[in-house]
Design a protein around this ligand. Sequence first.
Ligand SMILES: Cc1ncc(COP(=O)(O)O)c(C=O)c1O
Length: 271
Amino acid sequence: MTSPTAQRLPVEDVVAEAHRAGVPVLVDAAHAPGMLPVDLAATAADFWVGNLHKWACAPAGTAALFVARPEHQPVATPIVSWGEHDGFPGAFDQRGTDDLTPWLAAPVALALLSGLGWTRLRRHNAALVAEAQQVVAAAIGVPGRRLWHSPGVSMAVVPLPPGVATDPAGAGALQAALSDRLGIEAAVSAWNGRGLLRLSAQVYNAPADYERLAAGLPGLTGRWPRSRPPRRSEGALRGGSPVSRCSRPSPPPPETHPAGGSPPSDQTGDR
Ligand SMILES: Cc1ncc(COP(=O)(O)O)c(C=O)c1O
């Protein structure tokens, strides 16, 4: 998953191509655990790293590292401590006196999400963010044809109007304003001279969160022509009750719509 543009890359194809050229591959799958199905065998990467503190909801500082053939590929941690002589994976487990609490809590987080049903959870999140994208885009006059959404992904980007958040300072200022003035956490990036607002949807989010963003965003970044908001039947956010972002997740509704869409040709990749 790319971070600023929220796109799912064809990892299997990239790995296969690199292997044809004799190049080993490390996959940075920071967003994958909890959001996407992970099949390490199918990915066929030499190394794979995925964070558990993003979409798997584990405490900060938890990640999984997979090494396909540790006996053939030397793997060393940059932190040298008393586990050093154990090699892989022992050296990674004993890098001095770590606080193991987040690691011990990670299985609980996974069990909670698993109890909701991975497929159901993923469908819910992808559908919620797809609809949120429509609602927020409409509020700032971004036409639907400019929107893209990688299928099955729980994040989606709304390109901001020209002149808004076009450099890192502007993007940082808008992200801070969203947090300080609206109480909303969303990533804003400057990407190829264009501001991108990245929306995320997890099971604890509800349509009301994005409606609040849509209502407050124009006031933070200027007044733009408002395109007609989608009617409920054509993409407005459905149902759901307001939730606190800290509340215990409620199960996603069983009825969800698959998310779809692909980026316009000029917006297909991260660099
Ligand atoms: C693609 C990608 N890799 C790595 C990271 C680093 O994650 P962290 O600093 O939480 O380990 C991020 C963070 O968002 C990311 O999006």
